[in-house]
Each structure stands twice: as structure tokens, then as C-alpha cells.
Ligand binder design. Structure first.
Ligand SMILES: Cc1cc2nc3c(=O)[nH]c(=O)nc-3n(C[C@H](O)[C@H](O)[C@H](O)COP(=O)(O)O)c2cc1C
Length: 248
């Protein structure tokens, strides 16, 4: 996993101002990058497709939409979050602005038997349009989402993007293991209906795992990852998502 530095620069382009279209070269390189992306679950079929923004309901001034399709099985939402965040960071590295766009809908709702999951909107923006000081971005305090040693990882990974900035993740670090949970009550219920929150928050968890792993690697940790299923309706507050046994 590359693109650690882009965690600091990335931001959501809710509206694209003074944006330019992607060049043919940008699209070719993006298509090549998409082929190198690592899924969390290689056995879940997915397709990632680039279309013009006007082939969707999105009117944010972007140029292209990157559409994610998947088999609806197992932890497919988490898988798409993990795949898409690699692309979000890649786009930033190319000075292409991006927006995870949960309310976006494409013309094609299914593709080769796979259902549409979510999209990322993209357009070329000025180099200076990216985040200059990530630490000024609004997030929950570290102590609300992380217990135990932060490893130089927690203080960065907490800036992961999430739907309506809900930040549904929580991490416990103890005895050489990071236990990662999805907070089932992230406190943004007023903004979105409950089923939508739990749909997006499962995507958010994949985004967080992608950024968490990028940070662990940068800090020189190797790790063995155990993924825990989050497909049932869970009554408790903290739904186990993954355990990382790490060492350096
Ligand atoms: C799964 C997901 C869905 C999102 N959907 C929307 C959306 O529909 N509209 C929008 O303006 N922003 C959307 N966002 C962007 C978030 O609001 C944004 O990531 C969050 O507020 C944190 O800000 P940042 O990305 O600038 O760090 C979405 C983000 C994620 C991860």
C-alpha cells in the first residue's frame, strides 16, 4: 500500500470549482492503477468503471465518476471501501480531486450481474487545492476512537474520510494486537436514515482499514490481519471488524 503522504493532502471536493477534465493520459493511468488495487476479499467479484459525470445524477462540477459494482455477498461493502480508498489516495497523488459520493446513482444499476454500490467523483484540480493542514480537519478526539498506544498510526488514521463525517471506527491496542470495531451508534443518526448509515458505515470501515494499514506499513510494522464478519444485524455498540497482530 503506497500513497501515505496523500492521507495528509486528500480532502473531499464537495463542489468542483475551476476544475479541468481528466486527460486521456490521466484516464489511461487511472485504468492501469485500478488493475493494481488489492481487494480485502479476492473472492468477491467487483468491477470498477469510469464514466462521464453526466452519465450519472451527479452535478458537482466533476468530470468523471468512478463506479463500483460488486456481488452483494459477505462483507462486500467493506471490500469496496478498501478498494475505493486506494483509488482516492492515488487520485490525490495525481492532483485529481475526488469525492466519495453516497447519494450518486449511475444510469447502469447493474453490470455483468454485479450491483452498483457507490461512486467517487473526480476532476483535475490545482495542486494547491488539496489540504494544507490535515490536523485542522474536523474529527473526533483521538481518545474517543483509540485506546492504548497509538503507534504513530492512530493520530493519522483518525483523519480517514467517512459518510457525513461519522467516523464509525474504534480501535483497542493491547498485547500486540489492534482490535478494530465499527461503532454501531456513531451519533449521526439525525442526518441519515438508520439503514443508510449502516450501509455507508460498512464502506467507511473498509476505508479506515486501508488507511490504517498504510500507516502501519509506514511506521515499519508488519502484521497479520484477521477479518471478522459484519453482515448480521448487531445489537451491541461495537461490532468487531478486524484484528491486526503487529510486530516490528
Ligand atoms: C462512504 C462515503 C459517502 C459519502 N457521501 C457523500 C455525499 O453523498 N455527498 C457529499 O458531499 N460528501 C460525501 N462524502 C464525503 C464526506 O462528507 C467526507 O469524507 C467527510 O465529511 C470528511 O471530510 P474529508 O473527506 O474532506 O476529510 C462521503 C464520504 C464517504 C466516505
Amino acid at each position: 500500500m503506497k500513497h501515505y503522504d496523500e492521507i495528509f493532502r486528500r480532502r473531499s471536493f464537495h463542489i468542483f470549482r475551476d476544475a479541468e477534465p481528466l486527460t486521456d493520459g490521466d484516464i489511461e493511468k487511472l485504468e492501469a492503477f485500478i488493475k493494481t488495487v488489492t481487494p480485502l476479499y479476492p473472492d468477491i467479484k467487483t468491477e470498477t468503471v469510469i464514466v462521464p459525470e453526466n452519465e450519472t445524477n451527479c452535478r458537482r462540477g466533476g468530470d468523471r465518476c468512478i463506479l463500483f459494482y460488486s456481488e452483494a455477498k459477505g462483507d462486500y461493502l467493506r471490500n469496496i471501501g478498501y478498494i475505493g480508498e486506494q483509488i482516492d489516495l492515488y487520485l490525490t497523488s495525481q492532483n485529481i480531486g475526488a469525492l466519495w459520493y453516497g447519494v450518486g446513482r449511475p444510469k447502469e444499476k447493474t453490470r455483468n450481474g454485479l450491483g452498483f454500490v457507490i461512486m467517487i467523483v473526480a476532476a483535475r484540480v490545482a495542486e494547491g487545492a488539496f489540504r494544507k493542514d490535515m490536523f485542522k480537519a474536523k474529527r473526533k478526539p483521538l481518545c474517543d476512537i483509540w485506546s492504548g498506544e497509538t503507534l504513530g498510526v492512530g493520530e493519522i488514521a483518525r483523519f480517514s474520510p467517512s459518510a457525513v463525517n461519522s467516523q464509525p471506527w474504534a480501535v483497542e491496542n493491547a498485547e500486540g494486537k489492534l482490535k478494530v470495531y465499527r461503532n454501531n451508534r456513531p451519533g449521526v443518526r439525525g442526518l441519515l436514515p438508520v439503514p443508510l448509515v449502516s450501509y455507508f458505515n460498512r464502506i467507511d470501515m473498509g476505508i479506515f482499514l486501508c488507511i490504517l494499514e498504510t500507516c502501519l506499513e509506514r511506521e515499519g510494522y508488519s502484521f497479520a490481519r484477521e477479518l471478522l464478519s459484519d453482515t448480521e444485524d448487531f445489537k451491541g455498540e461495537f461490532v468487531p471488524a478486524a484484528v491486526y497482530a503487529y510486530s516490528r
